[in-house]
Design a protein around this ligand. Sequence first.
Ligand code: SF4
Length: 403
Amino acid sequence: MTTGLTETRSLLKSIYRLLSGRYTVSDIVNLLHVRGSFLAELLRVSSSLRDEYFGNIITYSRKAFVPLTNICANACSYCNFRRTPQDADAVLMRIEDAVELVRKWEAKYNIKEVLVCTGERPDVYPEVRDKLKMWGFRDYIEYVYSFLERLIKRTSQVLPHVNIGYLSFEDAKLLRPYVASFGLMLECATVRLLNPGMPHASSPTKHPRLRVEFLYTCERLSVPVTTGILVGIGETVDEIARSIHVLSTLCRRLTCIQEIIVQNYMPGERSSRTCATCREVLLQEMLRLLAVTRIVIRDLTSIQAPPNLAPGTYSLYILAGINDWGGISPVTPDYVNPGYRWPSIRELRKATEDMGYILRERLPIYPKYVREHRRWVSDILRDRVLSLVDETNLVAPDRASTD
Ligand code: SF4
């Protein structure tokens, strides 16, 4: 009995300290272990905070996934996406082909977000450099720039969310006029994951220092950015807590972080063979993680978790305090997590409404950044962005799709 009471007092103190903003990483660790009725209490707190800050609206972005190339210089052991030029299914898309696909999807599926996703610096490989040279590009960044430029010239409403790994300030600055938002996961704030035998041992640009540096680049360039953590790849609970704390500190220092993704590792055909440190993350653990993240992050930014990685149970994420489902594609699969189908918009709407909330479509730029478009939206994309939204800066109902 005494032990139970002592534990309850300790957990209540941790919640109080998190709510007051005067917490230590041990408070986060403490709450990442709660179970039973205390988990229910934690969810009640996080859910109330979400309601207070974001009301009864849960958002999503209607997207198409464009994997320009799956060739990557890194080799994260949990990755199901990466290929090398020697692989038979390695892809480096011709720009015209990629633009044509998006044009079709824009017309047929009313997508607003183009998720431009690639491996990191594929031009470390001579085969890729030769091909790019043959097509007239000096390097990979010039190739991506050319894709974005033609995409915007030849389409009428799509906006690029660019997730192509770590970029130097100069490279990001070059792309910036055609980028609505960047994406770069912190994944984990510990350098231990780069040690031999760990998932980032052959992935130098997964060093947390570089990931944080990129977030500062986005601030300097005034581009909204999405970041987040990936759990279940070999980190400890203490390291997860530290990652949440690092993101919270960054959200207090930077204004460019528009969303934090809390993503769970899910086994894939390749990663099951290559990742010795990976484990599946249980639903209860995800709920704790989302709730604690919401309590730490409060209203500093949006929190989303991918629904396709919790098939059948994702509506419970609403209880844990998320306010966004991320990008959902009515047309392309999740190339990063093959085998995990996105719910349809109809399913997502039903699950959201069953929990008492309203589903609204957003752009790949969150409303706050649309409102402050003079700072956050480039001159090239501004008219396009403003033509798509209503007074809430979410997609106007007459421009949205219902399924
Ligand atoms: S997770 Fe990203 S950086 Fe790592 S190997 Fe896969 S594509 Fe490359």
